[in-house]
Ligand binder design. Sequence first.
Ligand code: GAR
Length: 304
Amino acid sequence: MFERLQQKWKVNGWRLLLILVTFATGGSLCGYLGRLILNQLAIDQPVIRIILYVVLVTILWPFCVIIISIPTGQFLFFRSYLKKMGQRMTGKKEIDADKLIMNTKGNIAALPFRVAVFASGAGSNAAKIIEYFSGKPGIEVALIVSNKPEAGVLGIAQKEGIPTLLIEKEKFFRGNAYVNELQHAGIGFIVLAGFLWKVPSALVQAFSGRIVNIHPALLPNYGGKGMYGMHVHKAVIDAKEKESGITIHFVDEVYDHGAVIYQAICSITDTDTPDSLAQKIHQLEHAHYPRVIEEVIADLQKRS
Ligand code: GAR
């Protein structure tokens, strides 16, 4: 049961524990406050007491869990959880970005599924992903996003005629993280391919379970802040590891941390250098990343 919850909410065991503690404590607080208010009202008839208690608990519960979620550090989870509950209860649903695209006349049309690729560097992975999906009518690389004006990936996008979005630090980390822009562009899925900024909570929440990253090592080893590109390969070679590999994983609020989707391994010989290891890793990435992305999207579409 706990594993299913972890998968459903895309959280690790520790976060699941904090979420469950928040539910339990929020529920108890709400029950306590409900009884306190009832006693103040001094109503004697049992049936009315029960009805009033149920009403009070229903009203108080969201406030109680949201208050408790602040000290347990789960505010963002509960904010989005309550929002979804509210939408379900009122029958209102936000426009599902997966199934919509804005065409050039501003009309909304069904399919293909629109993917944004975020990259900060040369963009060899982005190029492979574009090439792979150019032959697949159901999925379109619709946007290339970069934080670096000089990134090679922008040149690739231009050559392929794919729109680009150059993002700014201030707006990404302290603004809306470009959530509105991505939603207006009908983006339903985000692929990080050598994107070196941490993904802000606002974006993780808006695209929950719809952001994947590739890391050039076998996580949980050689991951975290500062561990990217050649830094990773150098650390692996310095540690005299006998093998390395790639990890494709969902993105959560922590660097290189979300649930692992796929790993592939390569061996390291005594003569390998960070450069030669980087080449082996790139080969693995190019061979597997596009296919794994396709499988994750297919799975997402099956479940929606
Ligand atoms: C890739 O090897 C990717 O795994 C790595 O950056 C490289 C980008 O290459 N990503 C990270 O290190 C993220 N922590 P590319 O620009 O040629 O696709």
